[in-house]
Design a protein around this ligand. Structure first.
Ligand SMILES: Nc1ncnc2c1ncn2[C@@H]1O[C@H](COP(=O)(O)OP(=O)(O)OP(=O)(O)O)[C@@H](O)[C@H]1O
Ligand SMILES: [Zn+2]
Length: 471
């Protein structure tokens, strides 16, 4: 079946057909690294991680780009406040975002470009817009360059707004612009700003506007026409509207599908740094296991709003525990039988249908929990064959959703990449050892054990399988 995705520009579900068979190119707006990540930021990244994992499961090769906006007015202002270099502050927060993503098992993007590394591409794009008559240097010596909205008839196409109804842009000088909707492509350096935050350009020293950054980075890494552009619903206007207008006006087809995640709200308002209502990623991750936080933030449909309240995590914890206790129970009962560890890595048809239906994770989770119930019933009835197949389906579904409790990323004490890799390798060797024993190849089983011991790893055989730790 073809996957359907809700395209915000078409305002309809569309069959997802990649531009190039077997390949998916995807650009997602990443954070402006001006302060610590809140759970809205994590949800946004998580939603696209789920989409990426599902497309990969469907056999597509996904090139996933998520940028880092590491130059911005707010970064400069905050750096002044904390008496830091702006780039030091940006990097400090970038590390916090990366740590948050890692703790939630959000896969690293294929490429993660920083805006400051594509200034040349941004300037080239601005020059093309000026040449084509869709941008102009402000006449007021500010060094700013603005997009000429009136020159682009399709401006408003993403959010279906007519010129008269569109909000005025706030990042361009009202006195110097031709139309209230005109927004900044390039911002001339201002008095008192650090010299390191300005780059030479045909329009004088300055820095890029936010919108042009994403247009330039998407084209640089994915080409002029790519499959999916994602980001939070808050970015539809003006950010994405402006990206679309300037890229199209420069001659690029740009994104084929526009996908927007719903927001995390607090008391009906967007969780936002500027509103001061943030629950920071680190706070939430201190309240529960990382896998529970992932379950919680990933359980709602990606287009729905999540209203955060204090009891939110408990429900996720309980749901996940049902999955964990079934897997535990199944492993204990199946260990030593011919069904132990068996597994076809295929998700049930109903689960696939749900995921293909605009990533209907709530329905997909419904299938996961039904399978857990069926698996428990099979164990009650001593139907080991059915229990084993339920177990393997549960593993396959939870793996696709990134909430497989047995996945090394969650089972090791630390989320350090080296530990995750080590754990995966040790688990693999322990699996080989179990298989060797089952085949009565005790020499091979002992050899594996000796190798692990020689590498400083202790193995303890228990009724629920072999456990490993350091000496
Ligand atoms: N409350 C939220 N819920 C869901 N997604 C969000 C939320 N806030 C930001 N995002 C998304 O996170 C990504 C990175 O956001 P960005 O750094 O631009 O945040 P922002 O909108 O400036 O946040 P803030 O309003 O807190 O300053 C974007 O795709 C954005 O849409
Ligand atoms: Zn963007």
């Amino acid at each position: 079946m073809t996957m359907q995705l809700y395209d915000s520009k078409a305002q309809a579900l569309r069959d997802f057909v990649p531009l190039e068979a077997g390949q998916v190119s995807m650009y997602v707006c990443g954070p402006t690294v001006q302060s610590s990540p809140h759970i809205g930021h994590l949800r946004s990244a998580l939603v696209y991680d789920q989409l990426r994992r599902w497309l990969s499961y469907r056999g597509l090769n996904v090139t996933f780009v998520r940028n880092v906006t590491d130059i911005d007015d707010k970064i400069l202002i905050n750096a002044q406040g904390s008496k830091e270099q702006w780039w030091a502050l940006a990097y400090r927060y970038e590390l916090e975002f990366t740590a948050g993503y890692q703790r939630l098992g959000i896969l690293a993007p294929t490429y993660e470009p920083r805006a400051t590394a594509s200034i040349t591409e941004m300037q080239t794009l601005i020059s093309t817009l000026i040449e084509r008559g869709h941008a102009y240097a402000a006449p007021d010596e500010s060094g700013d360059v603005y997009f000429d909205s009136a020159s682009w008839a399709a401006y408003g196409a993403l959010t279906h707004q007519s010129p008269g109804n569109m909000e005025a842009a706030t990042d361009a000088s009202p006195r110097a612009k031709r139309d209230p909707r005109d927004f900044a492509l390039w911002k001339g350096a201002k008095e008192g700003e650090p010299a390191s935050a300005a780059w030479p350009s045909p329009w004088g020293q300055g820095r890029p506007g936010w919108h042009i950054e994403c247009s330039a980075m998407a084209a640089r890494y994915l080409g002029d026409h790519f499959d999916i552009h994602g980001g939070g619903l808050d970015l539809r206007f003006p950010h994405h509207e402006n990206e679309l207008a300037q890229s199209n006006a420069a001659g690029s087809d740009f994104a084929n599908y526009w996908v927007h995640n719903g927001l995390v709200n607090v008391n009906g308002q967007k969780m936002s740094k500027s509103l001061g209502n943030s629950v920071f990623a680190a706070e939430l991750l201190d309240q529960a296991r990382s896998i529970v936080v992932r379950y919680f933030l990933g359980a709602a449909h990606y287009r729905s709003t999540i209203d955060y309240n204090d009891g939110s995590l408990a429900e996720a914890e309980a749901a996940l525990e049902r999955v964990e206790s079934f897997l535990d129970r199944a492993d204990r009962r199946l260990s030593g039988t011919r069904f132990a560890g068996s597994g076809v890595e295929v998700v049930p048809e109903d689960f696939a249908t749900a995921m293909d239906d605009d990533l209907a994770v709530p329905q997909a989770l419904g299938v996961l929990h039904d399978t857990v119930r069926a698996g428990n019933a099979a164990l009650d009835a001593e139907d080991l064959h059915a229990a084993a197949s339920a177990r393997s389906e549960v593993l396959a579904m939870s793996e696709v959703l990134g909430i497989n409790p047995l996945s090394p990323g969650w089972t090791v004490a630390t989320d350090e990449p080296a530990m995750v890799a080590l754990s995966a390798l040790v688990e693999r060797l322990l699996g080989d050892r179990t298989l060797a024993r089952e085949n009565r190849d005790y020499a091979a089983a002992d050899r594996i054990r000796d190798e692990l011991v020689a590498a400083g790893i202790t193995i303890e055989d228990t009724p629920s399988g072999a456990h490993w730790s350091f000496d």
